[in-house]
Design a protein around this ligand. Structure first.
Ligand code: ZN
Ligand code: ZN
Length: 185
């Protein structure tokens, strides 16, 4: 009796005047809290999936999943979303391309396939002629260069059509050894 009177008096001093009103305020606050959380999750999912796929159908499905099923959809989305973002995929592709280019830029002796340096005139392994020295400055010249980049010497027109030594696959049976006069056109 005393206890219930005390509780009633205490509750009546709360804002709203009665415990029903207090409960209603609490309920509204809870609903607002859940609504904000729900809307934030939907927005977060929208932003997150756009960073992971360009497929508009997949984006739509993921957003609808979280919009309709709330936390359950959010957990399912977290489990099934693409692991990498588009930016990560782009970075990785760029890295791989750079690595590939570095690999291709490494010079290989066409005769013995050993790695050779750019400034080698002959292969130290099999003594294959790789480049010719420039007639004026003696620096190594690639066969495909029409001029010497070091001293500006110009190759005579007849020799400019010579095929590249480095990239050409050597076939001694069908090609004459003197390839400098083997103009293609
Ligand atoms: Zn070699
Ligand atoms: Zn030169």
């Amino acid at each position: 009796m005393l206890n219930s009177n005390f509780s009633a008096t205490m509750l009546q001093t709360w804002p709203g005047g009665s415990w029903e009103a207090s409960l209603r305020i609490l309920l509204i606050a809870g609903i607002i809290y859940v609504a904000i959380l729900w809307a934030s999750l939907v927005f977060w999912t929208f932003r997150d999936i756009r960073q992971r796929t360009k497929d508009p159908i997949l984006q739509f499905i993921c957003v609808i999943l979280v919009l309709v099923t709330f936390m359950l959809g959010y957990w399912i989305y977290l489990m099934l979303r693409p692991r990498e973002t588009l930016a990560t995929v782009y970075d990785r592709t760029l890295e791989e391309e750079t690595l590939l280019q570095d690999l291709q830029a490494k010079l290989i002796c066409p005769s013995c396939q050993q790695q050779v340096r750019e400034d080698y005139l002959r292969c130290p392994n099999c003594t294959e002629q790789l480049k010719e020295p420039c007639p004026t400055c003696k620096k190594p010249l690639a066969n495909e260069w029409p001029i010497c980049p070091f001293c500006a010497w110009e190759r005579p027109v007849l020799q400019q059509a010579a095929p590249m030594i480095i990239s050409r696959r050597r076939d001694t049976n069908s090609q004459p050894p003197d390839s400098t006069t083997n103009a293609s056109d």
